[in-house]
Design a protein around this ligand. Structure first.
Ligand code: SF4
Ligand code: SF4
Length: 128
């Protein structure tokens, strides 16, 4: 089992190393936005008018590869252009989005392999 220290280091590496979203034209992390079940409401990013930009879906996602341990809340982001999969405010996207990454620079896997592993994740959807 992975140590807590290793998990923390992996998390930091990932946060300091933004994902290849533009190169891959990938919106996996935005469609829908997926966060831990106990993600605090006050951390939802807001626009310049103070309005939350993520709208909660009435569902819980269970990753098939973490079926016993993980439950996720999901959100639709008002900044996602569903037709193109692009963020409409990419340059000014919130910090929490900048920190989202599928790439850990300490990994032995290539960026391609890590990206593929992330985007092929499947979820069981439970309506709430
Ligand atoms: S899976 Fe990777 S490339 Fe795709 S949106 Fe997330 S961080 Fe970006
Ligand atoms: S603001 Fe942009 S990067 Fe952040 S979740 Fe919305 S679409 Fe994705």
């Amino acid at each position: 089992m992975e140590s807590i220290e290793k998990k923390k280091k992996d998390k930091k590496n990932i946060e300091d190393n933004p994902g290849p979203c533009l190169e891959k034209e990938c919106s996996f992390c935005c469609d829908p936005v997926k966060v831990g079940r106990f993600f605090p409401e006050e951390k939802i990013p807001v626009n310049e008018n103070g309005e939350k930009i993520w709208k909660e879906r009435v569902e819980i996602l269970i990753p098939e590869d973490e079926i016993d341990t993980t439950r996720l809340k999901s959100y639709d982001c008002v900044n996602l252009d569903k037709a193109t999969g692009k963020c409409l405010d990419y340059e000014k996207r919130p910090l929490i989005c900048r920190k989202a990454s599928c790439v850990n620079r300490d990994s032995k896997e290539s960026i391609d392999e890590q990206h593929k592993r992330m985007t092929k994740r499947k979820f069981i959807v439970i309506k709430t």
